[in-house]
Unconditional design. Structure first.
Length: 119
């Protein structure tokens, strides 16, 4: 999303595309730092109707990624998750928690395309 003020000027299709792109970037970041990631957990932030925070990364063997996370990982994840709307692409429960499949088929193709474009 270019700037929060532009959000309401976008069409619903543009907003949906932005939301999916932010999720794809978050999944791509998890996959880059943790190639063996199965999923990651998020919870809603205190911003009011948008924004998520990373709470955990689960690896394919069922183990949880050790904390502290690698340098830069949390900051990068925050950039991707902070503007995602609640009740949208994340699919959080009523308590505001969600587990995101790191191989989510809805965005796997987009993630692969983004990764290929990066130097």
């Amino acid at each position: 999303m270019s700037d929060y003020g532009d959000y309401y000027k976008q069409t619903p299709a543009q907003r949906a595309t932005d939301q999916l792109l932010m999720l794809a970037n978050a999944i791509g970041t998890v996959r880059r730092y943790y190639p063996n990631a199965a999923s990651f957990d998020v919870s809603t932030s205190d911003q009011g109707h948008y924004g998520f925070v990373l709470t955990e990364v689960t690896l394919v063997d069922g183990a949880t990624a050790d904390y502290p996370y690698p340098n830069g990982f949390e900051d990068e994840m925050c950039q991707h998750l902070q503007d995602i709307d609640w009740d949208g692409v994340i699919g959080e429960d009523r308590g505001g928690y969600a587990t995101v499949d790191a191989t989510d088929p809805r965005v796997a193709e987009l993630v692969d395309r983004i990764e290929q474009e990066q130097p």
